[in-house]
Design a binder for this molecule. Sequence first.
Ligand SMILES: Cc1ncc(C[n+]2csc(CCOP(=O)(O)OP(=O)(O)O)c2C)c(N)n1
Ligand code: SF4
Length: 302
Amino acid sequence: MAKRERSTRRERPVKGAPTAKDFQGDVRPDWCAGCGDYGVLSSLQNAYAKLGKGNHEHLTVSGIGCSSNLPGYIQTYGMHTLHGRSLAVATGAKFANHEMNVVVTGGDGDGYGIGGNHFIHTMRKNIDLLYIVMDNQIYGLTIGQASPTSLMDMKTKSTPFGNIEAPLNPIAMAIVTGATYVARGFSGNPRQLTELMYNGMQHKGFALIDVFSPCITFNRDNTTAFFKQRVNELEDHDPSDKAAALEQAVKWGDEIPIGLFYQDTSRPALDEMEPVLENGPMAHQPLGITQEQGAAIVQRMM
Ligand SMILES: Cc1ncc(C[n+]2csc(CCOP(=O)(O)OP(=O)(O)O)c2C)c(N)n1
Ligand code: SF4
């Protein structure tokens, strides 16, 4: 792994639309050279810039893993939380300030394994978040154990004779569990990935983008070349048709679809249904206590 270095900080221009450079963090990623996560990071910086908001209007939240280090490499508010708990923290942040664009990033182990329960219930509730999963089908940070998306028979550090467990299908799972924007991207196709992220941020409700983001060091099966040969952008597909979306979601083999599988724009997100938020973000509402009482509460928690 490359040594972490501090880069020269670029200040945001006072006027004019933000550019991807404005979202570059002060810390250079220490991912292995060739890791798919680089393509995801640059796509996210492009998507943030395209949205046209300032750095302070975005929050990037993650769990633990190589991929979950991403908020440290991007110039927005950021939180590096606990393994598998990013969606729970992001839900709290969204309800404290639902005008903030909240994006959650992490890996397949973090989100579909230890965080699987949060994944299900955040989708069921249609919380207004964009969740980007860098799916490398392995635990990268802990040096190469099988994950919930590792394919059967795959040899890993924890399955030296081949994986005997069947992988879960995050796309099919999201469609049936209540996510209202369900997409799959590929780190080797940043043009499409940026577009999916940009549209996912604008979608009101829970948006999942499962991204093939190969781990060059520990997954020798599902490599960039493997996906380049197989991925196919969805065409002539109606994302409002749930049955058609499921039909595409279960495809895996010589051709693997990427793109927007499913979108439901009719279902309100949970914050739109919460009466407490009718007067604006909670973060901007008066607490109804004195400054001294507030300071005492904070003090008790320290
Ligand atoms: C409660 C807890 N259990 C286990 C770990 C060890 N751990 C850290 S990251 C990780 C898996 C990371 O895999 P993934 O989320 O797929 O991310 P990647 O590193 O591949 O990007 C595990 C098991 C931990 N940090 N905390
Ligand atoms: S170990 Fe794998 S996931 Fe982690 S930085 Fe290296 S290539 Fe990326």
